[in-house]
Every structure is written in structure tokens, then in C-alpha cells.
Design a protein around this ligand. Structure first.
Ligand SMILES: [Zn+2]
Length: 91
């Protein structure tokens, strides 16, 4: 109970967002990492991401990417965030 109360007090100090600052930092870091990615649409909600020499299938329907952090942490990997920042979706 003490641990939860301490965490709640810390959360009340967050400014400007209801999202944990560590998560915000992580998403910002991931967004900086996505500059090398190309996105190819391969089906309804299915994409292929080319990140350097890697081809990674990403499924928006199943919330999965072959690189695995999304499945392990629940936080979408950088390959998901590339969809919001790229205008170069190749059909
Ligand atoms: Zn990924």
C-alpha cells in the first residue's frame, strides 16, 4: 500500500499530460529512430517495414511486429510510429 501511495503522489506531479513521462521519452526516442525506415502497404492493416537491411512484417490488426518489442512490452515499436510520420507510404 505504501508503494502504491508513493507512486500515486509521483503521478500527481506530472505536468501537461496524463501519460507517464518515461513513456513519453521512450516514444520520442523511437520517433527519432524511425528516419531510416521505409513503409510498404501489403494488405488491409498489414505492412512491410524496411529498416536498413531488415524486412519486418507489421500487423496493425494483431498489434505485432517481427522485431518483438511491441509484443513484449505492449508499447508499439518504432516501426509502428513510422506510420504517423511518413508521407512516403509505398503502395
Ligand atoms: Zn517493429
Amino acid at each position: 500500500m505504501v508503494r502504491m501511495a508513493t507512486r500515486r503522489q509521483l503521478c500527481e506531479k506530472w505536468e501537461g499530460s496524463d501519460v507517464c513521462p518515461n513513456i513519453v521519452k521512450r516514444v520520442q526516442y523511437l520517433c527519432n529512430e524511425l528516419r531510416t525506415c521505409l513503409t510498404y502497404l501489403s494488405g488491409q492493416g498489414e505492412l512491410e517495414i524496411v529498416d536498413g537491411k531488415s524486412n519486418l512484417p507489421l500487423s496493425l490488426n494483431q498489434h505485432t511486429c517481427k522485431c518483438n518489442p511491441w509484443q513484449l512490452t505492449g508499447i508499439p515499436c518504432k516501426h509502428f510510429w513510422v506510420l504517423f510520420y511518413t508521407q512516403d507510404l509505398i503502395l
